[in-house]
Unconditional design. Structure first.
Length: 165
């Protein structure tokens, strides 16, 4: 079984229900989540927008390979009406990123695993730290908890007491 960590989040529409729908669709199309972090409210990263994001990290095990997981993640984004303008970072109903896939390092035109900017983003590191603080980043050979401590991101982020299931 492949061990997969997915980062999910969006800032358009009903953010809580979008996360809940995403988790249900992940269960239907990829595999049953084994761990789901609390949701974290965070200001937009890399662009200006008034509406904050709601983010979470999902851990699952699946027989699918990384390209199959990517394809299913894109299908889920489309079901949730994600619009891509390919002009950089932008507001969206849902974004699903493969953060880690086993301890693999994959770099090609379709996907970069681990996600290339994990170490710069507290909105990913904090929920990942909640699920598995001892996970070692396969390229940096540093634990998630250590990455949280040295992360340069100064964004406003707070854990929300909202159930996602």
């Amino acid at each position: 079984m492949n061990k997969v960590y997915l980062g999910i989040g969006g800032n358009l529409g009903d953010r809580v229900n979008n996360l809940r729908k995403t988790i249900k669709l992940i269960e239907q199309k990829i595999s049953t989540p084994l761990k789901i972090s609390s949701p974290y409210l965070s200001e937009p990263w890399g662009f200006e927008n008034r509406k904050y994001f709601l983010n979470a990290v999902v851990y699952l095990e699946t027989n699918l390979d990384h390209l199959q997981v990517l394809k299913k993640a894109l299908e889920i984004e489309n079901e949730l009406k994600r619009v891509r303008n390919f002009k950089g970072y932008e507001a969206r109903t849902m974004d699903i990123d493969i953060l880690f896939f086993n301890n693999s390092v994959v770099k090609n035109d379709l996907v970069s695993i681990p996600h290339p900017r994990i170490s710069e983003r507290l909105f990913v590191l904090l929920p990942m730290n909640e699920i598995n603080p001892d996970f070692l980043h396969p390229e940096l050979n540093i634990s998630i908890s250590q990455l949280v401590r040295v992360c340069p991101d100064k964004s406003r982020i707070r854990k929300c007491n909202i159930s996602l299931f």
